[in-house]
Design a protein around this ligand. Structure first.
Ligand code: DGY
Length: 322
């Protein structure tokens, strides 16, 4: 083991990733998937060069300040980094790695799953199918809406937003977007850019949130903005719960101004999400499964392994955040 960097791995990862970690590093794995609180991460990290954690192990500024001196890298098995205080890591000279690119398709697929689920009232139909009360064909029951010809607004046209656009185009949607800056024509692929987010909302019969959680996007979808959406709009969130004001979205869903929502991410997830969503039949819910495919989870682990190898060899990993 001498000379090999020590990596603390906070969750059980896929076989391929764990085999690579074990082959290349002195890896402390977690085969039983025991849950680490922040204090456990800090205590277990003693003597380790790097911590490989997930969104389930947030590290705020206090936790980062308390990490042992040995820790030089925090690698997160996620593209989002809002659970790690990046400024605090930077201030301590700790590098942060993430997983861009490799979960784009998986997450965009979930965007479409949620869009279609909310548009076609999948929760209600699914409940009917398993209720034993299905009475057969009914010309007017639980009618949904089609994507063909509808305007789909995308907030955040990064890799995932563009992959959602590509898929929705194939379903016949007209793509609109808002982003900090306008994309080059090739990436835009005919989508309509709205320099002002409010204008995007006015245009969007369907809205997908796929922007990172930042101070700028926190509670983006609030009561003021929800009323800008056309009546009957469908809202999908594959970004972070942070982007949504739950009280405002729930009232808009109750009033019918918003016809349905497809949600994969939540404020207070996993245990303290707003329970009102549980009983709303026009909310199609999944529990943060954007990257839950074998391909994505292998890819996420391997991009971290490659990044760690590069970093320890003195090279600059492409997935270094700071
Ligand atoms: C990410 O990678 O940020 C996804 O949300 C999965 O946690």
């Amino acid at each position: 083991m001498a000379g090999r960097q020590k990596i603390l791995v906070t969750r059980k990862l896929t076989d391929r990733v764990e085999a690579s970690l074990a082959a290349l590093f002195d890896a402390t794995l977690n085969p039983e998937d025991r849950r680490y609180a922040s204090a456990d991460v800090i205590a277990s990290a003693v003597g380790h060069d790097a911590i490989l954690l997930c969104t389930s192990e947030p590290l705020d500024a206090f936790a980062i300040a308390a990490l042992p001196e040995s820790v030089k890298v925090i690698a997160t098995l996620s593209v989002g980094t809002d659970h790690v205080d990046i400024a605090a890591a930077k201030a301590r000279g700790i590098a942060v790695l993430n997983t861009p690119g490799v979960l784009t398709d998986a997450t965009a697929d979930v965007g479409l799953l949620l869009l279609l689920g909310a548009m076609r009232r999948a929760r209600e139909w699914s409940e009917l199918a398993v209720s034993g009360n299905w009475q057969g064909f009914n010309p007017t029951l639980l009618l949904g809406v089609q994507m063909t010809g509808r305007r789909l607004g995308i907030l955040g046209m990064g890799r995932i937003g563009r992959a959602v656009a590509q898929r929705a185009r194939a379903f016949g949607a007209e793509i609109h977007y808002h982003n900090r800056s306008r994309l080059a024509a090739g990436e835009e692929a005919g989508a309509t850019y709205h320099a002002v987010a409010d204008e995007l909302l006015r245009a969007s019969q369907l809205l997908v949130l796929s922007a990172p959680a930042t101070d700028e996007t926190r509670r983006f979808l609030n009561a003021r903005r929800l009323v800008l959406l056309p009546r009957g709009a469908i809202v999908v969130n594959i970004a972070r719960g942070d982007l949504v004001d739950d009280d405002a979205l729930i009232s808009a869903l109750q009033s019918g101004h918003i016809a349905g929502a497809g949600l994969d991410v939540y404020n207070g997830e996993p245990l303290r999400i707003d329970r009102r969503y549980w009983t709303m039949s026009n909310v199609f819910m999944t529990p943060h499964i954007g990257s839950a495919t074998i391909e994505a989870r292998d890819g996420m682990g391997m991009i971290i392994v490659d990044g760690l190898v590069d970093l320890f060899a003195g090279r600059a990993p492409a997935n270094r955040v700071v």
